[in-house]
Design a protein around this ligand. Structure first.
Ligand code: ADP
Length: 257
């Protein structure tokens, strides 16, 4: 229990020390609360798919069940297991990041070439949903990024743009320079994010619409992971959105010479 409360008066050294301890105690209290909330979220997130797996497995094992029905239950079980696998993978990623035991290996990379490769990789998925993916890049500057990690960031953002957009709409990838920074923007014309939710979407497990995110295969960790990776590169990420109109995710990276 960190509920230490010191009455500190005056400005002498002892008072300063008292203040420092007070600040530390507050920080620890906060961290403890955050950790507890995170653990509660994890068990909650695992409980839902486990309930499905257990329930459907119980029905599927009954001897008198129709083959067709059994096949249906088994595929639900498979999907839920897949979801749990994704969740565990994402959690492991975040745990590594928290421990600072994950290494960013920056390689000099031509921005436009990098974005074009991502575009080519993702375009078919957009076609399947009758959506268009476009790509624009003005200056083929060199950026220093961990390509594998940064590809993961781009994939997470594009997955979201795909998941939270309507058929027939367009998503764009833009790369450009602004002052001394490299900007990468992914814009969609999808469902958008309500203003009240916008400050929270990069938090772990935060979702605007839980059921929609789940049926789309989301774990609620994609943006949290993206943020960690971008920040580990010395960059930042933020979203602008209009509810019902669309969302833009903007990554800013310092241009390293
Ligand atoms: P999820 O796995 O739920 O997609 P993310 O961390 O990737 O988790 O995103 C967090 C939440 O932010 C999503 O559940 C969704 O509500 C919202 N969101 C993210 N990207 C978009 C987008 N492009 N358009 C609308 N909402 C989005």
């Amino acid at each position: 229990d960190f509920s230490v409360r010191l009455q500190v008066k005056g400005e002498d050294e002892l008072a300063q020390l008292g203040k420092a301890i007070q600040t530390l105690a507050t920080d620890l209290e906060y961290l403890k609360k955050e950790r507890n909330e995170f653990l509660a979220s994890i068990s909650h997130e695992l409980r839902t798919p486990l309930t499905y797996v257990k329930g459907y497995a119980d029905i599927a094992r009954r001897p008198n069940i129709a083959e067709e029905e059994r096949a249906n239950y088994l595929s639900i079980i498979y999907e839920e297991a897949e979801h749990m696998q994704k969740l565990v993978k994402d959690l492991f990623e975040l745990a590594k990041m928290d421990q600072h035991s994950f290494h960013i290996e920056k390689q000099p990379t031509l921005l436009c070439l990098f974005l074009k490769k991502i575009y080519e990789k993702m375009a078919p998925a957009f076609q399947t949903k009758q959506m268009a993916l476009i790509y624009r890049c003005e200056e083929n500057v060199t950026v220093h990024i961990d390509r594998q990690r940064f590809e993961q960031v781009m994939m997470n953002l594009l997955d979201n743009a795909l998941k939270y957009s309507h058929q027939g709409s367009t998503v764009s990838i833009d790369g450009r320079m602004e002052k001394k920074n490299v900007m990468i923007m992914i814009s969609d014309e999808g469902i958008g994010i309500p203003e009240a939710d916008l400050p929270h979407i990069f938090e772990r497990f935060y979702r605007v619409d839980k059921s929609r995110s789940r049926t789309g295969g989301g774990t609620g960790l994609g943006l949290a992971i993206a943020k960690e990776i971008v920040e580990a590169h010395g960059g930042s990420i933020h979203a602008i959105s209009q509810f019902g109109k669309g969302t833009s995710m903007i990554i800013t990276l310092p241009r390293s010479e």
